[in-house]
Design a protein around this ligand. Structure first.
Ligand code: SF4
Ligand code: SF4
Length: 354
């Protein structure tokens, strides 16, 4: 069987965080200590290069708060850069307490080879990290030729919206400076669907973002599973970095030891569910289950594929229904897999030729 290769390595460096956002998908906080050592990260990156070759383009360091790794993060970015990867860090920006401190850290990161910085913000984050500190981080990144994006929690009840970033005078100046001079890294902003992780969370979306059963049937596959390989802070190899990944045992392929990566990578393709997720996506699979068993109602509160995914794995009625019926769709899914694989490979070749 021809395999789809990952193009991104996601290193979830730690679940320790300087913040404790109410709806953090991994429930990170200052109390959690789990983290990877520099050696684990370095061995994983080097072996990935050997096992997967140049097909993998980028490495993302995230968490928790990856900057709490200090010098180990700088060294890890250096290893990734020297292996030829495009390198991104995802952070809450809490390390950028003053413009001077931010500048010092970003200089070290630039010298190590960091290409992109994503900083998350919004109501949950700003309970811990004021927006001015986020702007310190973005400004210092840009001044050191590192491209940056502010990622805003997107949900109906939030007070802080993406428009508040665009309207911020300091942000406007940073963006203008980045546009006017090619020595500065770009400065962007995007909205990210913020999902509730607790039963009584006050996090909802506008109606148009909730997937109906009919829309679910037209949904595209999950482009994260099979195309991502990574490590979580417990040293487990993960094959997606979705918001509900830690709640789904199957997304962990086993504990990483040097020399085991190829075997773990190949293991994914013995799991039909992963192939099905890549081809059809969790919403469509959940819809399929609902057409077979009247006890399954397609939920009316799904605004993100990872919410549907956890339902597939954790709802015993859905699981049982799929286990009894999946064989009916195997030929169709395998055909769709080859078609998507061919298209994905062609798109990646086009990307490379630019
Ligand atoms: S900053 Fe990010 S990792 Fe830290 S608690 Fe908030 S959402 Fe979680
Ligand atoms: S939908 Fe499932 S497989 Fe895809 S990223 Fe989310 S948790 Fe992972």
């Amino acid at each position: 069987m021809q395999k789809v290769y990952p193009n991104i390595l996601t290193i979830i460096t730690t679940y320790h965080c300087t913040a404790a956002c109410e709806e953090c998908c991994f429930e990170c906080s200052p109390k959690l200590k789990a983290r990877l050592s520099f050696q684990q990260i370095s061995e994983f990156l080097k072996e990935s290069r050997e096992a997967l070759g140049s097909k993998v383009k980028g490495v993302v360091f995230t968490g928790g708060e990856c900057f709490t790794l200090g010098d180990d993060l700088v060294r890890a970015v250096g290893v990734a850069h020297n292996l030829g990867y495009n390198v991104r860090c995802v952070s809450n920006g809490s390390w950028a307490k003053t413009p001077e401190k931010a500048s010092h850290i970003m200089k070290a990161m630039r010298d190590a080879g960091l290409n992109e910085l994503n900083i998350s913000t919004g109501d949950n984050h700003q309970a811990w990290v004021p927006f001015d500190i986020v702007l310190n981080a973005i400004g210092a990144a840009s001044a050191n030729s590192i491209n940056s994006i502010i990622v805003v929690e997107g949900y109906r009840e939030s007070n802080f919206k993406i428009g508040d970033v665009y309207n911020n005078r300091r942000f406007q100046n940073l963006q203008r400076r980045a546009t006017d001079s090619e020595n500065f890294g770009s400065v962007g902003v995007m909205n990210n669907i913020w999902i509730p992780m607790h039963l009584h969370a006050n996090v909802t979306q506008q109606q148009k973002y909730y997937v109906t059963a009919e829309q679910a049937n037209l949904a595209k596959g999950c482009d994260n599973v099979l195309t991502t390989l990574g490590l979580n802070p417990y040293g487990q190899v993960i094959d997606c970095c979705g918001l509900t990944m830690e709640y789904i045992d199957s997304m962990k392929l086993g504990t990483y030891r040097n020399g085991t990566l190829k075997e773990m990578f190949n293991k994914q393709f013995n799991d039909f569910m992963k192939i099905w997720l890549w081809v059809d996506g969790p919403e469509k699979i959940l819809y399929f289950a609902s057409t077979l068993n009247h006890q399954i109602n397609f939920p009316v509160t799904i605004s993100h594929p990872c919410q549907a995914c956890v339902e597939l794995y954790k709802n015993p009625i859905v699981r049982e229904t799929l286990q009894k019926n999946y064989e009916k769709v195997v030929p169709e899914i395998m055909l769709k897999y080859s078609i998507k694989l061919e298209r994905t490979n062609a798109e990646r070749k086009i990307e490379l030729s630019y």
